[in-house]
Design a protein around this ligand. Structure first.
Ligand SMILES: Cc1cc2nc3c(=O)[nH]c(=O)nc-3n(C[C@H](O)[C@H](O)[C@H](O)COP(=O)(O)OP(=O)(O)OC[C@H]3O[C@@H](n4cnc5c(N)ncnc54)[C@H](O)[C@@H]3O)c2cc1C
Length: 575
């Protein structure tokens, strides 16, 4: 199958980028950059993408992992965003990535007998109506109190006045981002991770590419391109200022923390969304576990590794305990992660340029603080984008590529990504249906084949080929988790993983799923990666040490003691 990111061929990718020239150079390998690279490459352009760290190492591995319209944005009156997002959700679930994006029911408990049901019900009627009638997920439903408790015995029964059930979808955000980058590579994009754009190249006023530093070797080289697309999320302002670009927007960082809980901690067969005094709290099933969050606080510290605090942990547990019959405590928490929302804000008035546009809005400047995205063309040859949602990445990519190629001498075809299934989607039904035969052929349990299909779609066959060549790689990576050792090898040979961190944090998710943050699996991961990447014993040890420090920093908030507030007895939910 085409669309391989082979970490063993990293030097080749760097050479091709340096040889140029490209039509489009994308800076940033989060979902926005990966989406832009796919959009541009599938229009027939020569495309390169550079990412400072690993694909999805920024915000795109740290989201709530929902592909959703966003009920909250509906309440805020952001109808356009909700409508677009619902259409995208349905496209991803049904055509573009059915192997990665799965429908998920959410229970919305009601606590105010008379007023809340019609209010929430009307909102869900609108939510369903915006989606249209050809829908891959069921319509919302009303539940009695008894019906609600049947699906979610975990809820406190007192004051519960019934519930609504509606559908959204969920995704492994890091896996999805990497799969979009693989699909871009399948269409010819050159993808180089651990490579930072340090400055923009200029031909007079015009931006003509970027100076790139290879973070693995320290080597610098120029990548020339007719247009540069900046998709640097919360780093956008840094790239703008390093190159003296006066941008039409600024990014405001808002930190969101999630906890990962053991499955038995919450007795429910559905996701749940509950109101908090500040926003909403999601309870999201995640394999055998739960993800619960999130917070929303301003952040001005380290962009690369935003840290959760003991207060963040207590806030989430406290809010969850307002609605749960059996209170959660810290011993239920297996993992934690923090991410930064790249929200767009207007720059100070004295430096404002009125050129940042939301494409499709004519000439109206739309730089504003919201969940919508902003495309800016501050200089000829440069288009920059920020804001938006994971869910709407495809539209964001289309908008920013349209802006980037607007000045090209030859017309560029319109976006085709709405018709392009991602790597692993083609052939999915047949692979799903063949689980039993494949299990017998490869000497695996059916559950192991189903696990692979749920993570790789039809590309599970490639992982099975690795096991066929070396049966030992069909063994589990670590106890208590479904990951196989072959997935580590595949992460290197097909998914561009260069370091132990890339594997444990983003290809398999032991960083957030395991109580030891995956540290006990790190030596085994390093041992599987070593022969593929030519690591000697010292390098293996260094990789393990680096991962241990990274994991310790990521999970520090869980080891900082702080007393838990008692579950509140007063009104459970404020409208
Ligand atoms: C807590 C939280 C929950 C969320 N939940 C949801 C959700 O459930 N559903 C949803 O739709 N959206 C959600 N979002 C929003 C969504 O996650 C983000 O909008 C999206 O991931 C942003 O992607 P991005 O590519 O713009 O940024 P990023 O993923 O941060 O990517 C930017 C990349 O640029 C790279 N970079 C920076 N500077 C350079 C340089 N000079 N050279 C090379 N590379 C560079 C960085 O390393 C980084 O990888 C959530 C966000 C947060 C924080």
């Amino acid at each position: 199958m085409a669309g391989v990111l082979d970490a063993r061929d990293r030097d080749g990718a760097a050479r091709k980028l340096a040889a140029g020239p490209l039509d489009v150079l994308v800076i940033g390998g989060g979902i926005t950059g990966a989406g832009a690279a796919l959009d541009a490459a599938s229009r027939g352009l020569r495309v390169g993408l550079v990412e400072s760290r690993d694909l999805a190492a920024g915000t795109s591995s740290r989201s709530s992992k929902l592909i959703h319209g966003g009920l909250r944005y509906l309440e805020q009156g952001d109808f356009k965003l909700v409508k677009e997002a619902l259409r995208e959700r349905d496209l991803l679930v049904s055509r573009l990535a059915p192997h990665l994006v799965r429908p998920l029911p959410f229970l919305y408990p009601l606590y105010k007998k008379v007023v809340e049901r019609p209010y929430v019900g009307a909102g869900l009627v609108l939510y369903d109506a915006m989606e249209g009638t050809r829908r891959p997920v069921p319509y919302h439903r009303h539940l009695t109190t008894r019906g609600a408790l049947r699906r979610a015995p975990a809820l406190r029964p007192d004051r519960l006045a019934g519930a609504m059930v509606y559908y959204d979808a969920q995704v492994d955000d890091a896996r999805y981002t990497m799969t979009v980058a693989r699909t871009a590579a399948a269409h010819g994009a050159i993808v180089l991770t651990r490579a930072s754009a340090t400055a923009l190249l200029r031909d007079g006023e015009r931006v003509a590419g970027a100076r790139v530093r290879d973070e693995e070797t320290g080597r610098e080289f120029d990548v020339r391109a007719s247009a540069v697309i900046l998709c640097a999320g919360v780093w956008s302002d840094l790239v703008h200022s390093a190159s003296g670009v006066r941008a039409g927007y600024q990014v405001r960082m808002s930190k969101g923390v999630h906890l990962v809980l053991a499955g038995p901690a919450i007795d429910a067969t559905t996701g749940m969304i509950v109101r908090t005094s500040k926003s909403v709290l999601f309870f999201i099933p995640w394999g055998e576990r739960w993800i619960v969050g999130t917070t929303d606080t301003d952040w001005s510290g380290d962009r690369a590794e935003p840290t959760a605090t003991a207060e963040d942990v207590d806030y989430i547990l406290g809010e969850a305990n307002r609605v749960l019959a059996k209170p959660l405590n810290r011993s239920d928490v297996l993992g934690i992660y923090a991410g930064l929302r790249p929200l767009v804000a207007e720059p100070p008035a004295d430096s404002r340029r009125e050129t940042a546009k939301h494409p499709g809005n004519g000439d109206k400047p739309t730089t504003k603080l919201s969940r919508e995205h902003v495309v800016d063309t501050p200089l000829p040859g440069l288009a920059s984008i920020a804001g938006g949602k994971f869910t709407t990445y495809r539209l964001m990519a289309q908008d920013v590529v349209d802006a980037a190629v607007a000045g090209f001498p030859e017309p560029v075809p319109p976006s085709v990504t709405g018709q392009l299934p991602l790597v692993g989607a083609d052939g999915l039904p047949a692979v799903r249906a063949s689980a039993r035969r494949l299990a017998a052929d490869y000497g695996l349990a059916v559950a192991a084949v189903e696990h692979l299909t749920a993570r790789y779609g039809a590309a599970a066959l490639e992982v099975l080929d690795i096991i066929a060549a070396d049966a030992a790689l069909g063994e589990p990576l670590t106890d208590g988790h479904p990951y196989l050792r072959a997935e580590v090898a595949y992460a290197v040979t097909h998914e561009g993983a260069l370091h132990v961190e890339d594997v444990l944090a983003r290809r398999v998710r032991l960083l957030i799923e395991s109580p030891d943050a995956g540290t006990s699996a790190a030596p085994e991961v390093a041992a599987i990666m070593a022969p593929l990447l030519g690591w000697n014993r010292r390098r293996r040890a260094a990789e393990v040490r680096d991962y241990e420090s990274f994991a310790a920093a990521s999970t520090a908030a869980l080891h900082t003691p702080a007393p838990l507030p008692e579950p509140a007895d007063e009104a459970l939910v404020s409208a």
